[in-house]
Write a new protein. Structure first.
Length: 254
C-alpha cells in the first residue's frame, strides 16, 4: 500500500511539528493557567453567580470558522477572560445555591492534570495496568465506605467500574439489570419491565429508562410527602410492586 504524498521533509525538517509538547513551554504555560485559575477563585465571590448574557451572545464574538494557525496562550487567556467568563454561571461560587454543592478542590484540579497528562486509555489491563488496578482498588474503597456486603467488592468476587457521570452510572446499572432479567424471561419480556423511583427522583433516571428501552408507561414515580421528609416510603413502594406483579408485570429496578 502506498502512502499519501507529504510536503514535509521528515528527515531534514524541524522536529517541532512532530513533538508539540515542549517541556519548558508546557511548564511556562501551565504556570500561567494555574495563576489564572488561582486569581479566579480568589475573586470568585465578586462575580454575579448567574451569567448576564443573552442566548446567542458568543457567536457574535468568535470567528465563523476555526483558526488555521495556533494562537499564543496569552491571547487564549485574554479571549477566555473577555468572551467566555461573561457567559459562565459560577457553580463554585459561595453564593451559588442551586443544583449541586461546590465540588472543586486543589486535589481535584491537580489530579485531573496528572490524569490528562498521562493520557492513557484503560480499556483493558495490558493497555495500562495501573489504571485498571487503581480503579478496582478505589471501587473497593467506596464499597467499604458504604458498608456494602463483601460480595459487592472485587476482593469478594464482585466489583464494578467508575463512570464519568451519574447519568452514565444509572444507565449502565439499568442496562445490566435489564439484560439479566431478559436472559431469564426472554427478550420479548422487555415490555413487562417496570422501574421505580420517588417523585423526587432526578429526570436522569427516566431518561436512562427510555434509552434502555423501558416504556414510559412502566415508569413508576412513587409519591412522597412532607411528613416523610420527601423520602421514599417502603409501604408505598411495596404496594406499587404488588400491583404490578398482580397484572403480570416484572419489577426491575429501584
Amino acid at each position: 500500500m502506498s502512502s499519501l504524498e507529504a510536503s514535509h521533509d521528515l528527515k531534514n525538517g524541524s522536529t517541532h511539528m512532530l513533538n508539540p509538547l515542549d517541556p519548558e513551554e508546557f511548564r511556562r504555560q501551565g504556570h500561567m493557567i494555574i495563576d489564572f485559575l488561582a486569581d479566579y477563585y480568589k475573586n470568585i465571590e465578586k462575580y454575579p453567580v448567574r451569567s448576564q448574557v443573552e442566548p446567542g451572545y458568543l457567536s457574535s464574538r468568535l470567528p465563523d470558522s476555526a483558526p488555521l494557525n495556533p494562537e499564543p496562550i496569552e491571547t487564549i487567556i485574554q479571549d477566555v477572560q473577555s468572551h467566555i467568563m461573561p457567559g459562565i454561571t459560577h457553580w463554585q461560587s459561595p453564593n451559588y445555591f442551586a443544583h449541586f454543592p461546590a465540588t472543586a478542590s486543589i486535589a481535584g484540579f491537580l489530579g485531573e492534570m496528572v490524569s490528562t497528562g498521562f493520557n492513557v486509555v484503560g480499556f483493558n489491563w495490558v493497555s495500562s495496568p495501573a489504571a485498571t488496578e487503581l480503579e478496582s482498588i478505589v471501587i473497593d474503597w467506596f464499597g467499604k465506605m458504604l458498608q456494602l456486603p463483601t460480595s459487592f467488592l472485587f476482593s469478594g468476587g464482585g466489583g464494578g467500574v467508575l463512570q464519568g457521570t451519574t447519568c452514565e452510572a444509572i444507565l449502565c446499572t439499568l442496562v445490566a439489570a435489564r439484560d439479566q432479567v431478559l436472559n431469564r424471561f426472554g427478550r420479548g419480556s422487555i415490555v413487562k419491565l417496570v422501574v421505580y423511583g420517588s417523585d423526587q427522583t432526578h429526570f436522569a433516571f427516566q431518561k436512562a429508562a427510555r434509552i434502555a428501552g423501558i416504556s414510559l408507561e412502566n415508569f413508576r414515580a412513587i409519591p412522597t410527602t412532607k411528613d416523610d421528609a420527601f423520602g421514599l416510603s417502603p409501604d408505598s413502594l411495596e404496594s406499587a410492586m404488588l400491583s404490578d406483579l398482580a397484572i403480570g408485570l416484572i419489577p426491575l429496578f429501584l
